[in-house]
Design a protein around this ligand. Sequence first.
Ligand code: C5P
Ligand code: MG
Length: 186
Amino acid sequence: MGTADASSKDVAFSLAEKKPKVVFVLGGPGSGKGTQCANIVQHFGYTHLSAGDLLRAERDSGSENGNMIQNMMNEGKIVPSEVTIKLLEKAMLESGNDKFLIDGFPRNEENRAAFEAIGRDDDNIETIRKRFQVFLESSLPVIEYYKAKGKVREIDATKSIEEVFEAVKVIFSPKDEEVKKCCAIL
Ligand code: C5P
Ligand code: MG
């Protein structure tokens, strides 16, 4: 897993945790969206995020996506949702707020579907939380039982798959009796 992927997942995770209120401001050009957004920000404490502004800032930052964004904008095309959503997530997290007016997004079906796919992470987080609670209540005592008998071998599973497997290998490499004694692996 690349670093960029990992960090964007972290961003999505901590955002979903906050369960922010997101209002999409949709309307044709010149319909007064900007003006009303400013009013809503002032009266209701929302943070206003413009997808176009975020894309322009990213283009000007000299990031690796800069050229691609410039080309898409020049042709009036819609930048791939993955890029725009990452910018929105980052801005949402950095704002520290939990109420957002999102302007200029979703601009097409791809934008909409990609954003909704991220929204579903909320459910996953709830499910993971519940499953972890069940683990603590039901399964931890089983591990404690074998631990008291000296039959547990623990592994730090927060590292990369390769690093975790290095630790697994140590346990399974036949130091003869080691595997036989071992009953549970965390
Ligand atoms: O909303 P605004 O007019 O500032 O958008 C300018 C340009 O930014 C669009 O023409 C498009 O190329 C890009 N854009 C995008 N995806 C969005 C919003 C804007 O690709 N969701
Ligand atoms: Mg605009």
